[in-house]
Ligand binder design. Structure first.
Ligand SMILES: NC(=O)c1ccc[n+]([C@@H]2O[C@H](COP(=O)([O-])OP(=O)(O)OC[C@H]3O[C@@H](n4cnc5c(N)ncnc54)[C@H](OP(=O)(O)O)[C@@H]3O)[C@@H](O)[C@H]2O)c1
Length: 303
């Protein structure tokens, strides 16, 4: 703990790699902040004072354990800022979570949906929930992004072949954004004035998740060093950000230093700067948001 009487409590996933590691450094350095992160393995190197709890998002049982431990260890304290940033960059149809769901859908969406539902009652009034999404959810930006809600296929993937991984990723990031939009519409969230934000860091160098194969890592590195700088000349949304920059922006968003205009919750970095675009047409559809909310609840066993 940084301080005997912390002013704010931050709980975060995805703080041990990529730009989330940079976010963690900035948040841990903020005065009067108690930071708890969920991470795979207890041997993680983190800034002084940061508390590390075991969490494997590929297991809903682990998510429940993590949430219970956080609630117990906080006692009377509440969570001021909940940052759900962890993610994998796609998986093939055979890769499954502990409960048998498609791995990308399970890690990126289901686990964070459950975690947010379990921790919402522990959040402080006027708190902030930040969920990392991606502009890859949006068909005009990424052609293969979903145009329909194909929950059964995402939860129990059957298709394989080229493009399966990136399609599972785009679908999971759509679910992240729709989940944020649904949370923002909940009566409890509105009554308690909890801010909900969906954050797109934009293309950010250093994506090196532990689960990626060597081939994937080499491919991503090659793309980020060669093709994307060229594409970025014509498509500003593909201009590459450094992990330090995206990490600082996520910290600023989480700490309330960057806020979207009233009635907007989606912050998307373009050329490193915050913009506030409309979510995709599908993401904005309330019937689709409600369906995702309902069916996700059933899948995680709280519906
Ligand atoms: N990089 C980009 O261009 C980009 C663009 C748009 C959106 N995003 C989103 O931004 C977020 C971070 O991306 P990144 O590129 O920084 O990713 P990254 O370098 O691959 O880091 C991912 C983080 O998620 C954690 N994680 C992965 N699987 C987990 C699991 N099963 N249980 C617990 N933690 C797990 C990793 O933990 P370990 O340390 O254990 O691996 C790591 O801390 C993701 O949500 C991603 O979808 C990234």
């Amino acid at each position: 703990m940084n301080n005997a009487t912390p002013q704010q409590v931050v709980v975060m996933t995805g703080a041990t790699g990529g730009f989330g590691e940079c976010t963690l450094k900035d948040i841990a350095a903020a005065p009067g902040t108690r930071v708890i992160i969920g991470a795979r393995g207890n041997d993680r190197i983190v800034p002084p004072g940061v508390e590390v709890l075991g969490l494997d998002l590929a297991s809903l049982a682990s998510v429940r354990d993590f949430a219970n431990t956080v609630i117990t260890m906080l006692g009377d304290e509440c969570i001021d800022i909940l940052i759900l940033n962890a993610g994998i960059h796609g998986s093939n149809a055979k890769q499954r979570s502990a409960e048998g769901f498609g791995l990308t859908f399970a890690v990126n969406h289901l686990a964070h949906y459950l975690l947010a539902r379990l921790l919402l009652p522990k959040m402080a009034d006027h708190g902030r929930l930040v969920i990392t999404s991606s502009n890859m959810h949006d068909p005009p930006i990424k052609r293969i992004a979903p145009k329909i809600l194909d929950l059964h296929e995402w939860a129990h993937p059957t298709e394989n072949g080229s493009g399966t991984g990136i399609r599972s990723y785009a679908a999971s990031k759509l679910c992240n954004l729709m989940t944020a939009l649904s949370f923002a519409r909940q009566n409890e969230v509105k009554a308690r004035q909890i801010d909900v934000i969906a954050f797109n860091p934009g293309l950010t160098d250093g994506a090196s998740g532990r689960d990626a194969s060597i081939l994937q890592k080499v491919f991503v590195k090659l793309l980020t060093r060669t093709l994307f700088p060229l594409i970025g000349l014509f498509r500003p949304e593909f201009v590459m950000n450094t992990p330090e920059h995206s990490g600082r922006m996520l910290a600023d968003v989480s700490l309330g230093k960057i806020r979207p205009p009233p009635n907007r919750i989606y912050i998307s970095l373009v050329k490193g700067q915050p913009t506030y675009p409309d979510p995709s047409e599908l993401a904005q559809r309330q019937d689709a948001q409600d369906q995702l909310w309902r069916e996700s609840a059933t899948m995680v066993g709280i519906g």
